[in-house]
Design a protein around this ligand. Structure first.
Ligand code: SME
Length: 165
């Protein structure tokens, strides 16, 4: 089955899982499991935009320290353990959040600032999830192979994530 067909077959399942369900964590849990099993990715999961009063991460010391700010916090996922907090504009996830667009990385070693949660990861795609105009989460998928993700993944995953919001 072509990748495109696989995604199109998943979309009705995603819509059914989300139908009448308000709990975003539950939706993220089921959808990461669905994608992970169907495609055999290395890591499949979500980071949520959350308010925090934790100190800002390294490199952000110039910014105000004592106020509440927002960061990405690990949500439901499948795969090996992952880092919990990611700052705005940091790594691939924080970049997708800041730039409000899907980021496709063919070779993680060539992405400046890539956050390596697992040394096995070679390529990655991060898709922002919008509620209205605001990014509320990102879907992050890692592959153990180079250049796994292309425009088909981008388009289909954007459609899938839009169905969840
Ligand atoms: N590689 C990501 C971090 C999250 S892990 O891949 C699960 C990044 O650079 O933002």
């Amino acid at each position: 089955m072509l990748k495109e067909e696989k995604y199109q077959a998943l979309l009705p399942q995603v819509e059914a899982l989300c139908e009448g369900e308000d709990d975003m964590i539950a939706k993220m849990a089921n959808i990461s499991a669905l994608l992970h099993r169907e495609f055999g990715f290395w890591w499949t999961g979500f980071y949520r935009v959350e308010a925090t009063s934790r100190p800002r991460s390294k490199g952000e010391e110039g910014l105000s320290q004592n106020t509440t700010h927002r960061e990405l916090v690990l949500g439901p996922f499948q795969g090996p353990l992952a880092c919990v907090h990611i700052g705005y504009g940091k790594g691939v996830c924080g970049t997708a959040w800041k730039e409000r667009r899907t980021v496709v990385v063919a070779d993680v070693e060539r992405f400046p600032g890539h956050i390596a949660c697992s040394s096995e990861s070679r390529s990655e795609i991060v898709v922002p999830m919008f509620r209205g105009d605001e990014v509320v989460a990102v879907l992050d998928i890692d592959s153990r192979h180079l250049a796994t993700f292309d425009d088909t993944d981008r388009r289909c995953l954007e459609q899938l994530v839009a169905a969840m919001a």
